[in-house]
Design a protein around this ligand. Structure first.
Ligand code: C5P
Length: 310
């Protein structure tokens, strides 16, 4: 098949990071993945991706941002793999090309699905650049081939996830939630945290525990305190055991007025839920002053999934 001309000059896409309001984990499966029961919320911490035209067969990538040096700028990058996967399902990789430029603000290997957000953005961006008409279900299926969190980064808002976390149903959620994120100066590999979970839970049940019903009720009624009381992360003990400093950070945030604090996903980012925007501003000030982490950021949720913005 001949090379396809891009249908537009350049596409810009914004994709959010996430926090797991509940992350319940079952025993490891034969395929190495863990069955999950999880509630995701997409947060207003975004990576931006530009998809620029390139010669057919070329898949290039550049990454900017203060943690760019931690991100592979080659074929192993999940965004490049996403672009190639989309092309291969729609006429072949040799038919299309793209020059991807990513500006990262989601913490890298931080437990907020930054790599998955970039893959989601690449799928949306390349489909628009190449004029591929693809429906949201097909996009999510491609996303699931790339990583367990990619379908949620496409969907956004608030969703219940089962299976590897990629079998999604939207969750009714009222109101906005104000978070303070503490970004420690360490990285954590998701796979290593799951392995530590296995070591610490040799008798884990093949079926994950259910997400707390109080969490879903709190979200449905917009009751931030009820939500805070029901935040749960089964990976937190594993993340803290690999990075003991996280326990101190979590205590500091709780002592400084957070309604609740949890490790985000597999960590090491710690996410503190606050009563309102003023409380979030105060908490971020106190946490910044303590000097326990690399950076303190505020974020709101829920927000939409990966979207074209230009
Ligand atoms: O799917 P993704 O590549 O994002 O997952 C990274 C790693 O996290 C997997 O290789 C696996 O070790 C672990 N994982 C898991 N169970 C899940 C999701 C991820 O064990 N449900």
């Amino acid at each position: 098949m001949s090379a396809s001309q891009p249908v537009t000059d350049r596409v810009r896409v914004r994709a959010p990071g996430k926090v797991n309001l509940a992350l319940r984990v079952g025993a490891v499966r034969e395929d190495g993945y863990h069955p999950l029961a999880t509630v995701f919320q997409a947060l207003s911490i975004f990576d931006e991706l530009g998809a620029h035209p390139a010669a057919a067969g070329r898949y290039d990538i550049r990454v900017a941002g203060d943690q760019a040096h931690l991100v592979p700028a080659d074929d192993s990058n999940l965004a490049v793999r996403a672009a190639r996967l989309l092309a291969s399902r729609h006429g072949g990789e040799a038919r299309y090309g793209v020059d991807l430029r990513i500006r990262k603000t989601i913490p890298v290997t931080g437990g907020m699905a930054g790599g998955s957000a970039n893959a989601a953005a690449a799928l949306v961006g390349c489909a628009a650049l190449w004029g591929i008409d693809i429906n949201p279900d097909e996009l999510r299926e491609l996303g699931a081939e790339l990583g367990a969190d990619v379908p949620f980064c496409l969907l956004g808002s608030t969703a219940l996830g089962h299976g590897r976390g990629d079998d999604l149903v939207p969750v009714l959620s009222r109101g906005g939630y104000h978070w303070v994120l503490a970004l420690p100066d360490v990285e954590l590999s998701t796979a290593a945290v799951f392995r530590r979970f296995d070591d610490m839970n040799p008798d884990a049940d093949p079926t994950p525990p259910p997400v707390p019903s109080g969490l879903l009720e709190g979200l449905a009624s917009g009751d931030v305190r009820r939500v805070a009381e029901n935040l749960v992360n089964d990976l937190e003990p594993a993340a803290v055991s690999l990075r003991p400093h996280l326990a101190e950070l979590l205590d500091a945030g709780r002592d400084a007025g957070a309604l609740a604090g949890i490790v985000s996903g597999s960590g090491p980012t710690c996410a503190f839920l606050t009563a309102n925007e003023d409380a979030a501003v105060r908490l971020s000030g106190v946490l910044s002053g303590l000097g326990l982490c690399r950076q303190v950021r505020r974020a709101c949720g829920p927000v939409p999934g990966a979207r074209q913005v230009a």
